[in-house]
Design a protein around this ligand. Sequence first.
Ligand SMILES: [Mn+2]
Length: 370
Amino acid sequence: MTEPVRRPTVPLLPTESRARAFEEALSTAKGKHLLLALRGHPDPDAIACSLAQVHIAQRVGVRTTTIGYCHELSHRENRALVKLLGVDMRKLKSFREIEPVDFIALVDAHDLDPDYTDVEGIETLTIVDHHRAQVPIKARFIDLRLDVGATATIFVDYLAELAPLDGDVEEDRRIATALMHGLATDTDDFMVARPGDFRAAAQIAEVCDRDLLTDLSRRLIAPTAMDVIARALASLTVRRSFAMAGVGFVSEADRDTIGQAADFLVRREDIDTVVVYGVVGEKAIEGSLRTHSPSVDPGAWLEQAFGSDDRGKPYGGGRRDKGAFRIPIGFLGRATDRIQLWQLVEHAAKTALLRQIGEEPGKPGGITAV
Ligand SMILES: [Mn+2]
């Protein structure tokens, strides 16, 4: 076979050599225009890695690097990040909206967002990501590491090798701070960080702007999430170290608030596991589990509690310290008496959860019918 094959660099290069290979690929864009095309709603990890790649691209002589995105900066905290760090980002749909793009680069994603248009014929130069590839990926340089909690960790590696950050340079401090923030948000404040993430954080800690980092990590809670948390607190039932809360009806746009409520409640001192559930979009009972109990395996636990659908697929799944479930309510969703519908859901969910923790519903200490 003489056909040239662009092999992914992943299986071929040890991590130490990848920084140089990344630099080499990037230097193909010397004097050219590179578009860092972010996928989905840009998050702190993706934004931080973009800043790092722009920094390295400047060093190798890329003429212009544009950071582009096509979906809103959705959380106020992400907008705050962009503002506080003065990140120059361009919202665009068509690649023709900006000066001609010579090459594309992807960070924290391994395929181009399908919502971009006029992308044909432009080569993807580099892909740096930490998500398992769901689709075949193609680029001149690929670094896909599944053993890190954030793409920021990979960029800390590159920077150390290619363009060490200097604590006396404002721009360098800004990049380090963004990377630290990306690392923190992608690893749930290092709770699920891997050894590589800790090493990366240690490497950039000295260069970070501590005040700016504090401002960035003052997490905001959306009013809708606050409302769902309030409902969860009002309906909280605690049994030994287990807690559960039903939050009623939640719109599809606000489904993440159920997980946020669970994140909040699991911090209660006397419990180690919590399940928060609600009816989302009048279509399904959805719930989130959070635990720091060593004996609770979220996936197995939820499967035992709620079982499986007709095809044998469990309603719930999870790993490590979190899990989620979704049980379609089908025709019942059309019921116009929402109070009754909720009572039914609440009863079914509580019954299943109490059985799972070994309490017989309806018996003293259990629940009584509403
Ligand atoms: Mn990430």
